[in-house]
Design a protein around this ligand. Structure first.
Ligand SMILES: Nc1ncnc2c1ncn2[C@@H]1O[C@H](COP(=O)(O)OP(=O)(O)O)[C@@H](O)[C@H]1O
Ligand SMILES: [Mg+2]
Length: 392
Protein backbone atom coordinates (compact mmCIF):
# COMPACT_ATOMS: atom_id res chain seq x y z
CA UNK A 1 0.00 0.00 0.00
CA UNK A 2 1.09 3.53 -0.60
CA UNK A 3 -0.61 6.81 -1.13
CA UNK A 4 0.11 9.63 -3.55
CA UNK A 5 -1.57 12.92 -4.11
CA UNK A 6 -1.88 13.90 -7.73
CA UNK A 7 0.63 16.62 -8.52
CA UNK A 8 -0.60 18.68 -11.48
CA UNK A 9 2.95 19.70 -12.29
CA UNK A 10 3.35 16.36 -14.07
CA UNK A 11 0.01 16.55 -15.87
CA UNK A 12 1.10 19.76 -17.57
CA UNK A 13 3.99 17.99 -19.21
CA UNK A 14 1.71 15.70 -21.14
CA UNK A 15 -0.67 16.42 -23.95
CA UNK A 16 -4.26 16.21 -22.73
CA UNK A 17 -5.35 14.43 -25.89
CA UNK A 18 -2.65 11.79 -25.46
CA UNK A 19 -3.88 11.16 -21.94
CA UNK A 20 -7.41 10.78 -23.21
CA UNK A 21 -6.56 8.59 -26.20
CA UNK A 22 -4.27 6.26 -24.27
CA UNK A 23 -6.32 6.44 -21.05
CA UNK A 24 -3.67 7.31 -18.49
CA UNK A 25 -2.48 10.16 -16.30
CA UNK A 26 0.61 10.80 -14.19
CA UNK A 27 0.09 11.08 -10.43
CA UNK A 28 3.35 11.94 -8.70
CA UNK A 29 6.95 10.88 -8.24
CA UNK A 30 7.60 8.04 -5.80
CA UNK A 31 10.53 7.64 -3.40
CA UNK A 32 12.61 5.96 -6.11
CA UNK A 33 12.17 8.94 -8.41
CA UNK A 34 9.81 7.06 -10.70
CA UNK A 35 6.66 8.60 -12.04
CA UNK A 36 3.54 6.83 -10.79
CA UNK A 37 1.06 6.44 -13.65
CA UNK A 38 -2.58 5.40 -13.54
CA UNK A 39 -3.51 3.60 -16.73
CA UNK A 40 -6.62 1.75 -17.84
CA UNK A 41 -4.25 -0.50 -19.79
CA UNK A 42 -6.71 -1.96 -22.24
CA UNK A 43 -4.34 -1.92 -25.20
CA UNK A 44 -0.89 -3.39 -25.26
CA UNK A 45 0.65 -0.48 -27.11
CA UNK A 46 -0.62 2.00 -24.48
CA UNK A 47 2.10 0.88 -22.09
CA UNK A 48 4.82 1.39 -24.64
CA UNK A 49 3.43 4.79 -25.47
CA UNK A 50 3.28 5.76 -21.79
CA UNK A 51 6.88 4.75 -21.20
CA UNK A 52 8.27 6.58 -24.18
CA UNK A 53 6.28 9.83 -23.77
CA UNK A 54 7.05 9.97 -20.09
CA UNK A 55 10.75 9.57 -20.77
CA UNK A 56 10.56 12.25 -23.42
CA UNK A 57 8.42 14.76 -21.52
CA UNK A 58 9.62 14.31 -17.95
CA UNK A 59 12.87 12.37 -18.19
CA UNK A 60 11.43 9.93 -15.65
CA UNK A 61 11.01 6.19 -15.68
CA UNK A 62 7.46 5.15 -14.91
CA UNK A 63 5.71 2.79 -12.60
CA UNK A 64 2.31 1.92 -14.02
CA UNK A 65 -0.73 0.92 -11.98
CA UNK A 66 -4.09 -0.07 -13.31
CA UNK A 67 -7.12 2.13 -12.76
CA UNK A 68 -10.71 1.14 -13.54
CA UNK A 69 -11.99 2.75 -16.72
CA UNK A 70 -14.95 4.33 -14.92
CA UNK A 71 -12.61 5.88 -12.38
CA UNK A 72 -10.27 7.07 -15.10
CA UNK A 73 -13.02 8.90 -16.96
CA UNK A 74 -14.25 10.62 -13.82
CA UNK A 75 -10.78 11.62 -12.61
CA UNK A 76 -9.98 12.95 -16.06
CA UNK A 77 -12.93 15.33 -15.76
CA UNK A 78 -12.04 16.30 -12.20
CA UNK A 79 -8.46 17.08 -13.21
CA UNK A 80 -9.88 19.36 -15.88
CA UNK A 81 -11.80 21.10 -13.08
CA UNK A 82 -8.66 21.54 -11.02
CA UNK A 83 -9.55 18.87 -8.47
CA UNK A 84 -6.73 16.46 -7.68
CA UNK A 85 -7.41 13.42 -5.59
CA UNK A 86 -5.20 11.25 -3.51
CA UNK A 87 -4.61 7.76 -4.88
CA UNK A 88 -4.12 4.54 -2.99
CA UNK A 89 -1.95 1.83 -4.44
CA UNK A 90 -2.95 -1.74 -3.94
CA UNK A 91 0.32 -3.59 -4.54
CA UNK A 92 -1.37 -6.89 -5.10
CA UNK A 93 -2.62 -6.72 -8.66
CA UNK A 94 -0.79 -3.42 -9.21
CA UNK A 95 -4.01 -1.46 -9.01
CA UNK A 96 -4.64 2.13 -8.04
CA UNK A 97 -7.79 3.96 -6.95
CA UNK A 98 -8.70 7.49 -5.92
CA UNK A 99 -9.83 8.41 -2.45
CA UNK A 100 -11.63 11.48 -1.09
CA UNK A 101 -9.93 14.09 1.05
CA UNK A 102 -10.79 13.80 4.77
CA UNK A 103 -11.36 17.18 6.44
CA UNK A 104 -11.69 17.61 10.19
CA UNK A 105 -13.65 20.68 11.32
CA UNK A 106 -12.64 21.82 14.80
CA UNK A 107 -12.95 24.76 17.17
CA UNK A 108 -11.92 25.57 20.69
CA UNK A 109 -15.42 26.52 21.75
CA UNK A 110 -19.01 25.61 21.05
CA UNK A 111 -21.32 28.10 19.40
CA UNK A 112 -18.89 29.40 16.78
CA UNK A 113 -20.83 27.81 13.91
CA UNK A 114 -18.84 24.63 13.35
CA UNK A 115 -21.83 22.38 12.79
CA UNK A 116 -23.68 24.93 10.66
CA UNK A 117 -20.61 25.35 8.45
CA UNK A 118 -20.01 21.58 8.24
CA UNK A 119 -23.56 21.11 6.94
CA UNK A 120 -23.44 24.06 4.57
CA UNK A 121 -20.00 23.13 3.23
CA UNK A 122 -21.10 19.55 2.59
CA UNK A 123 -24.03 20.84 0.61
CA UNK A 124 -21.80 23.18 -1.42
CA UNK A 125 -19.40 20.31 -2.19
CA UNK A 126 -22.42 18.42 -3.45
CA UNK A 127 -23.37 21.36 -5.65
CA UNK A 128 -19.85 21.31 -7.06
CA UNK A 129 -20.63 17.76 -8.19
CA UNK A 130 -18.58 16.10 -5.47
CA UNK A 131 -19.81 13.04 -3.63
CA UNK A 132 -19.70 14.06 0.01
CA UNK A 133 -19.89 12.20 3.31
CA UNK A 134 -20.66 14.20 6.45
CA UNK A 135 -19.90 12.50 9.78
CA UNK A 136 -21.24 13.77 13.08
CA UNK A 137 -18.32 13.17 15.43
CA UNK A 138 -19.75 15.38 18.13
CA UNK A 139 -20.52 12.28 20.13
CA UNK A 140 -22.83 12.96 23.04
CA UNK A 141 -24.51 15.83 21.21
CA UNK A 142 -25.68 14.76 17.79
CA UNK A 143 -26.18 18.27 16.56
CA UNK A 144 -26.26 17.62 12.83
CA UNK A 145 -29.29 15.39 13.35
CA UNK A 146 -30.93 18.15 15.42
CA UNK A 147 -30.27 20.77 12.78
CA UNK A 148 -31.32 18.64 9.81
CA UNK A 149 -34.15 16.89 11.67
CA UNK A 150 -32.72 13.61 10.48
CA UNK A 151 -32.57 10.88 13.10
CA UNK A 152 -31.60 7.56 11.51
CA UNK A 153 -31.95 4.67 13.95
CA UNK A 154 -28.28 3.70 14.03
CA UNK A 155 -25.41 5.98 14.86
CA UNK A 156 -21.64 6.04 15.20
CA UNK A 157 -22.15 4.50 18.60
CA UNK A 158 -23.02 1.27 16.79
CA UNK A 159 -19.71 1.38 14.97
CA UNK A 160 -17.78 1.65 18.22
CA UNK A 161 -19.98 -1.07 19.71
CA UNK A 162 -18.88 -3.20 16.74
CA UNK A 163 -22.37 -4.01 15.56
CA UNK A 164 -22.29 -1.93 12.37
CA UNK A 165 -19.77 -0.95 9.73
CA UNK A 166 -19.49 2.71 8.68
CA UNK A 167 -21.06 1.80 5.35
CA UNK A 168 -24.08 0.36 7.14
CA UNK A 169 -24.46 3.60 9.09
CA UNK A 170 -24.38 5.82 6.01
CA UNK A 171 -27.63 7.49 4.94
CA UNK A 172 -28.23 9.35 1.73
CA UNK A 173 -30.11 12.54 2.52
CA UNK A 174 -32.49 14.45 0.31
CA UNK A 175 -29.85 17.19 0.15
CA UNK A 176 -27.81 14.78 -1.95
CA UNK A 177 -25.14 14.33 0.69
CA UNK A 178 -24.29 11.17 2.62
CA UNK A 179 -24.51 11.28 6.40
CA UNK A 180 -23.32 9.22 9.36
CA UNK A 181 -25.21 10.38 12.47
CA UNK A 182 -23.75 10.90 15.90
CA UNK A 183 -25.23 9.79 19.19
CA UNK A 184 -26.99 11.88 21.78
CA UNK A 185 -26.30 10.86 25.32
CA UNK A 186 -23.34 10.06 27.48
CA UNK A 187 -21.14 8.59 24.79
CA UNK A 188 -18.10 10.76 24.13
CA UNK A 189 -14.95 10.58 22.07
CA UNK A 190 -13.11 10.66 25.37
CA UNK A 191 -14.55 7.25 26.14
CA UNK A 192 -12.68 5.80 23.26
CA UNK A 193 -9.45 3.90 23.35
CA UNK A 194 -6.62 4.59 20.94
CA UNK A 195 -7.26 1.31 19.16
CA UNK A 196 -10.92 2.25 18.67
CA UNK A 197 -9.83 5.55 17.15
CA UNK A 198 -7.42 3.79 14.85
CA UNK A 199 -10.08 1.32 13.83
CA UNK A 200 -12.35 4.22 12.96
CA UNK A 201 -9.66 5.85 10.87
CA UNK A 202 -8.75 2.69 9.05
CA UNK A 203 -12.38 2.25 8.09
CA UNK A 204 -13.06 5.89 7.20
CA UNK A 205 -9.96 5.89 5.00
CA UNK A 206 -11.18 2.73 3.34
CA UNK A 207 -14.63 4.13 2.58
CA UNK A 208 -13.16 7.50 1.52
CA UNK A 209 -12.41 5.83 -1.81
CA UNK A 210 -16.17 5.90 -2.49
CA UNK A 211 -16.33 9.69 -1.96
CA UNK A 212 -14.66 12.88 -3.13
CA UNK A 213 -14.87 14.56 0.25
CA UNK A 214 -15.33 13.33 3.80
CA UNK A 215 -16.11 15.97 6.41
CA UNK A 216 -15.85 15.24 10.11
CA UNK A 217 -17.70 17.62 12.42
CA UNK A 218 -15.70 17.10 15.59
CA UNK A 219 -17.08 18.06 18.98
CA UNK A 220 -16.37 21.49 20.40
CA UNK A 221 -13.23 21.90 22.43
CA UNK A 222 -9.71 20.72 21.93
CA UNK A 223 -9.35 17.70 24.12
CA UNK A 224 -6.57 15.32 23.20
CA UNK A 225 -9.19 13.10 21.59
CA UNK A 226 -10.51 15.76 19.28
CA UNK A 227 -6.99 16.75 18.28
CA UNK A 228 -5.94 13.18 17.62
CA UNK A 229 -8.86 12.81 15.26
CA UNK A 230 -8.04 16.10 13.58
CA UNK A 231 -4.44 15.06 13.05
CA UNK A 232 -5.46 11.71 11.61
CA UNK A 233 -7.49 13.55 8.96
CA UNK A 234 -5.86 14.93 5.80
CA UNK A 235 -6.61 18.57 6.60
CA UNK A 236 -7.95 20.54 9.55
CA UNK A 237 -10.33 23.46 9.33
CA UNK A 238 -10.50 25.64 12.43
CA UNK A 239 -13.68 27.68 12.80
CA UNK A 240 -13.55 30.77 14.95
CA UNK A 241 -15.26 34.14 15.28
CA UNK A 242 -14.06 37.69 16.01
CA UNK A 243 -15.40 37.25 19.53
CA UNK A 244 -13.57 33.96 20.10
CA UNK A 245 -10.46 34.40 17.99
CA UNK A 246 -8.08 33.97 20.93
CA UNK A 247 -9.49 30.53 21.55
CA UNK A 248 -9.37 29.95 17.79
CA UNK A 249 -5.65 30.67 17.92
CA UNK A 250 -5.34 28.38 20.96
CA UNK A 251 -7.02 25.55 19.04
CA UNK A 252 -4.41 25.82 16.28
CA UNK A 253 -1.58 26.01 18.78
CA UNK A 254 -2.82 22.98 20.73
CA UNK A 255 -3.12 20.95 17.53
CA UNK A 256 0.37 22.07 16.49
CA UNK A 257 1.88 21.07 19.85
CA UNK A 258 0.44 17.59 19.55
CA UNK A 259 1.50 17.45 15.91
CA UNK A 260 5.10 18.20 16.91
CA UNK A 261 5.01 15.47 19.60
CA UNK A 262 3.85 12.89 17.11
CA UNK A 263 6.15 13.96 14.27
CA UNK A 264 9.23 14.22 16.51
CA UNK A 265 8.79 10.57 17.45
CA UNK A 266 8.34 9.59 13.82
CA UNK A 267 11.39 11.27 12.32
CA UNK A 268 14.04 10.65 14.99
CA UNK A 269 16.79 13.04 16.17
CA UNK A 270 19.08 13.41 13.21
CA UNK A 271 16.62 14.74 10.64
CA UNK A 272 16.46 18.47 10.05
CA UNK A 273 13.79 18.30 7.38
CA UNK A 274 11.29 21.15 7.69
CA UNK A 275 7.87 19.89 8.73
CA UNK A 276 4.88 22.18 8.36
CA UNK A 277 1.51 22.06 10.09
CA UNK A 278 -0.83 24.23 8.16
CA UNK A 279 -4.49 24.27 9.24
CA UNK A 280 -7.15 26.35 7.54
CA UNK A 281 -8.91 29.18 9.39
CA UNK A 282 -12.50 30.25 8.77
CA UNK A 283 -13.71 33.41 10.48
CA UNK A 284 -17.44 33.03 11.02
CA UNK A 285 -19.98 35.63 12.11
CA UNK A 286 -18.00 38.61 10.86
CA UNK A 287 -19.43 42.11 10.31
CA UNK A 288 -17.65 42.38 6.97
CA UNK A 289 -14.95 40.49 5.10
CA UNK A 290 -12.29 43.00 6.04
CA UNK A 291 -12.92 42.24 9.68
CA UNK A 292 -12.35 38.54 9.01
CA UNK A 293 -9.05 39.24 7.26
CA UNK A 294 -7.89 41.51 10.10
CA UNK A 295 -8.65 38.90 12.75
CA UNK A 296 -6.86 36.24 10.78
CA UNK A 297 -3.82 38.51 10.48
CA UNK A 298 -3.80 38.86 14.25
CA UNK A 299 -3.90 35.06 14.63
CA UNK A 300 -1.02 34.73 12.18
CA UNK A 301 1.03 37.45 13.87
CA UNK A 302 0.41 35.96 17.31
CA UNK A 303 1.61 32.57 16.15
CA UNK A 304 4.73 34.10 14.60
CA UNK A 305 5.50 35.86 17.86
CA UNK A 306 4.61 33.10 20.29
CA UNK A 307 5.49 29.86 18.58
CA UNK A 308 9.11 28.98 18.03
CA UNK A 309 9.46 29.36 14.28
CA UNK A 310 13.20 28.64 14.48
CA UNK A 311 12.61 24.95 14.99
CA UNK A 312 12.24 22.51 12.13
CA UNK A 313 8.53 22.39 12.90
CA UNK A 314 6.58 25.27 11.48
CA UNK A 315 3.05 26.39 12.28
CA UNK A 316 1.63 28.07 9.21
CA UNK A 317 -2.07 28.95 9.57
CA UNK A 318 -3.77 29.67 6.26
CA UNK A 319 -6.77 31.91 5.69
CA UNK A 320 -9.67 30.13 4.01
CA UNK A 321 -12.42 32.75 4.17
CA UNK A 322 -15.01 34.56 6.23
CA UNK A 323 -18.75 34.16 6.66
CA UNK A 324 -20.97 37.13 7.55
CA UNK A 325 -23.11 37.29 10.66
CA UNK A 326 -26.77 36.97 9.70
CA UNK A 327 -28.82 35.46 12.44
CA UNK A 328 -32.14 36.15 10.78
CA UNK A 329 -31.27 34.42 7.55
CA UNK A 330 -29.83 31.34 9.24
CA UNK A 331 -32.76 31.03 11.64
CA UNK A 332 -35.29 31.47 8.87
CA UNK A 333 -33.64 28.67 6.85
CA UNK A 334 -33.26 26.20 9.70
CA UNK A 335 -36.66 26.97 11.22
CA UNK A 336 -38.32 26.01 7.96
CA UNK A 337 -36.55 22.62 8.05
CA UNK A 338 -34.14 23.68 5.37
CA UNK A 339 -30.56 24.85 5.22
CA UNK A 340 -29.07 28.10 4.03
CA UNK A 341 -27.71 26.55 0.83
CA UNK A 342 -31.16 25.40 -0.32
CA UNK A 343 -33.13 28.40 1.01
CA UNK A 344 -30.84 31.25 0.01
CA UNK A 345 -28.31 29.80 -2.44
CA UNK A 346 -27.50 33.15 -4.01
CA UNK A 347 -27.32 35.20 -0.85
CA UNK A 348 -24.04 36.78 0.16
CA UNK A 349 -23.84 34.25 2.99
CA UNK A 350 -24.50 31.30 0.66
CA UNK A 351 -21.90 32.53 -1.81
CA UNK A 352 -19.25 32.99 0.85
CA UNK A 353 -19.68 29.36 1.90
CA UNK A 354 -19.45 28.18 -1.70
CA UNK A 355 -16.21 30.13 -1.98
CA UNK A 356 -14.84 28.36 1.07
CA UNK A 357 -15.85 24.94 -0.28
CA UNK A 358 -14.21 25.73 -3.58
CA UNK A 359 -11.10 27.05 -1.80
CA UNK A 360 -10.76 23.80 0.11
CA UNK A 361 -10.76 21.76 -3.08
CA UNK A 362 -8.58 24.08 -5.17
CA UNK A 363 -6.54 26.61 -3.27
CA UNK A 364 -4.77 24.28 -0.90
CA UNK A 365 -3.60 22.15 -3.75
CA UNK A 366 -2.19 25.18 -5.37
CA UNK A 367 -0.54 26.56 -2.26
CA UNK A 368 1.01 23.21 -1.58
CA UNK A 369 1.93 22.29 -5.08
CA UNK A 370 2.55 25.77 -6.45
CA UNK A 371 0.89 25.44 -9.75
CA UNK A 372 -2.00 26.89 -11.73
CA UNK A 373 0.15 27.01 -14.75
CA UNK A 374 -0.92 27.87 -18.22
CA UNK A 375 -0.34 24.22 -19.11
CA UNK A 376 -3.09 23.19 -16.78
CA UNK A 377 -5.45 25.81 -18.09
CA UNK A 378 -4.79 24.51 -21.55
CA UNK A 379 -5.61 21.04 -20.33
CA UNK A 380 -8.93 22.33 -19.00
CA UNK A 381 -9.61 24.08 -22.28
CA UNK A 382 -9.04 20.97 -24.33
CA UNK A 383 -11.45 19.15 -22.08
CA UNK A 384 -13.98 21.88 -22.61
CA UNK A 385 -13.95 22.31 -18.81
CA UNK A 386 -16.87 20.19 -17.71
CA UNK A 387 -19.26 22.22 -15.61
CA UNK A 388 -18.99 21.12 -11.97
CA UNK A 389 -22.56 19.83 -11.93
CA UNK A 390 -21.78 17.50 -14.80
CA UNK A 391 -18.99 15.71 -13.02
CA UNK A 392 -21.10 13.01 -11.39
N1 LIG B 1 -22.74 33.21 10.24
C1 LIG B 1 -23.67 33.13 11.21
N2 LIG B 1 -24.49 34.17 11.47
C2 LIG B 1 -25.43 34.09 12.45
N3 LIG B 1 -25.61 33.03 13.24
C3 LIG B 1 -24.82 31.95 13.03
C4 LIG B 1 -23.81 31.94 12.01
N4 LIG B 1 -23.20 30.73 12.04
C5 LIG B 1 -23.80 30.03 13.03
N5 LIG B 1 -24.77 30.75 13.63
C6 LIG B 1 -25.63 30.34 14.76
O1 LIG B 1 -24.80 30.15 15.90
C7 LIG B 1 -25.29 29.08 16.70
C8 LIG B 1 -24.18 28.07 16.92
O2 LIG B 1 -23.89 27.42 15.69
P1 LIG B 1 -23.43 25.91 15.59
O3 LIG B 1 -23.20 25.63 14.17
O4 LIG B 1 -24.36 25.04 16.34
O5 LIG B 1 -22.04 26.02 16.38
P2 LIG B 1 -21.04 24.91 16.95
O6 LIG B 1 -21.22 23.67 16.17
O7 LIG B 1 -19.71 25.54 16.79
O8 LIG B 1 -21.41 24.74 18.39
C9 LIG B 1 -26.49 28.50 15.98
O9 LIG B 1 -27.65 29.02 16.54
C10 LIG B 1 -26.31 29.00 14.55
O10 LIG B 1 -27.55 29.16 13.89
MG1 LIG C 1 -21.65 21.72 16.85
Amino acid sequence: MGEFRLNPKYIQKFDAEDLKDHQFFPINKNQDGKLIIASVGKNKNDLEFIQSTSKLQTGLEVEVFQIEEKSFLREYKLIGNGIYHRFIIIQRGRKIKPRGEIFAVISNKGGVGKTTLSIELSYQFRRMGLKTLLVDMDLGNADISNKLKEFPPNTLYDFFAKTHSLDELTNKLELGIYFIPGESGEFKLANMTWSQKQRFFREITKISSSYDVVLLDLGAGISRDVIDFALLADESVIVTTPKDFISGYAAGKAAFTRFVDIQAKKIGDDSDEEIIFSPWYVLNQVKNYQQGVEYFKTIKKTSNNHINQQSQFKFVPEYLGSVLYDREMIDSAYNSQKILGTCYPNSELGRSILKIASGLMHVKNELKLQNKSSGLKRFARILGLAKPQEVI
